[in-house]
Design a protein around this ligand. Structure first.
Ligand code: GDP
Ligand code: MG
Length: 162
């Protein structure tokens, strides 16, 4: 079986856009409005001749009685069944309380985590992304999933972590 890479993070940070960038097609559903419930969706991907599965996650259940629990449950299953976790943060917003909570869960999982600072569409945001070192997940990888900036370096890092 090929390695599994789970893409997790808050709603609207650009997880599905990143998945589309990784698989090279627009197949994962990108939403302007957060709050759309989706399952964990696996896609075949390859980079430098290595095949892997990349899993897009929704992780948002707006009508759940316990919203936080629903988010955590979705993300945790994806994380636990992955070989490598890609944790996406919105670099234009920075780390939020929900990001901090996710980091605690990621730590407990003991999986290799790659921290992605998405929406770094320009150098100014890219520089701000260095503040994400504070999350304690190592080096932030600034990318623009929308425009492709930094995605090659990110894929190299993902492969190195497999
Ligand atoms: P998800 O909820 O985490 O899956 O986020 P989506 O992939 O659906 O994207 C949410 C919104 O952010 C959409 O409007 C995307 O076009 C936008 N977006 C995603 N990546 C980027 C990026 O790198 N730069 C900018 N400026 N917008 C982005
Ligand atoms: Mg999505």
């Amino acid at each position: 079986p090929q390695p599994v890479v789970a893409v997790v993070g808050r709603p609207n940070v650009g997880k599905s856009t990143l998945v589309n960038r990784i698989i090279g097609r627009r197949q994962a559903v990108v939403e302007d409005v957060p709050g759309v419930t989706r399952d964990r969706v696996p896609y075949d991907a390859q980079w430098n001749g290595r095949r892997f599965t990349v899993v897009d996650t929704g992780g948002w259940e707006p009508d759940a009685r316990d919203r936080a629990a629903a988010i955590a449950a979705q993300a945790e299953i994806a994380v636990q069944t992955a070989d490598v976790v890609v944790f996406v943060v919105d670099a234009t917003i920075g780390a939020t309380d929900m990001d901090e909570k996710a980091v605690r869960m990621l730590r407990r999982s003991a999986k290799p985590v790659i921290l992605v600072a998405n929406k770094a569409d320009n150098q100014a945001v890219e520089l701000e992304a260095t503040s994400l070192w504070s999350l304690g997940l190592g080096e932030p990888h600034p990318i623009s999933a929308l425009h492709g900036r930094g995605s090659g370096d990110l894929l190299d890092a993902i492969l190195a972590a497999m």
